[in-house]
Design a protein around this ligand. Structure first.
Ligand SMILES: [Zn+2]
Length: 167
């Protein structure tokens, strides 16, 4: 997979992911709005049926129908959000895998070089953040390139003997 193909895949996956999340939010909004309406309607119709002397079976069926219908709608609302979240995670996993393995059998030397550069950059960032020296004032472990000590506020000027002591 070339770099442009990879970028296109990432972009389209992200776009699809956003559309799924938007759709899920819409479904959630509409259904959570409908649930109280159905509950109220169910209560009103059930009460009306009792008033007009309908048979117990009809009353129970009506009440049960509105309860089950509202529960089902609520479940749909929650499920749509969960499914969107799940699909988002799957998309992330797929993209992560793509990013980890760009240098497969078809990788060009440029892609390998790029990956190597990236690795070197990351390693040098790690080294830069390492606590590989000691503050000459308070003996706190700091980085040898640090310009000041975060604890005692000692300032290490360029070229001055007052500098972090390498461990
Ligand atoms: Zn210090």
């Amino acid at each position: 997979m070339t770099e442009s193909e990879q970028i296109r895949l990432i972009e389209s996956t992200r776009r699809d992911e956003q559309q799924i999340i938007n759709a899920a939010n819409k479904i959630y909004g509409v259904t959570t709005l409908l649930v109280p309406v159905i509950v109220v309607l169910g209560i009103v119709i059930t009460a009306d049926l009792i008033d007009t002397g309908a048979s117990t079976l009809v009353v129970i069926c009506t009440a049960l129908f509105s309860i089950i219908f509202s529960i089902a709608l609520y479940a749909l609302a929650v499920m749509s959000k969960l499914v969107a979240k799940l699909l988002g995670h799957i998309a992330d996993a797929v993209l992560a895998q793509q990013e980890i393995r760009p240098s497969d059998a078809t990788a060009t030397s440029e892609e390998v070089q790029e990956l190597t550069d990236l690795l070197i950059e990351r390693i040098s960032v790690e080294i830069d953040h390492a606590h590989d020296a000691i503050c000459p004032s308070c003996e706190l472990e700091i980085n040898r390139h640090a310009t000041h000590c975060p604890r005692c506020r000692a300032i290490f000027a360029e070229g001055s003997p007052w500098a972090p002591i390498p461990k």
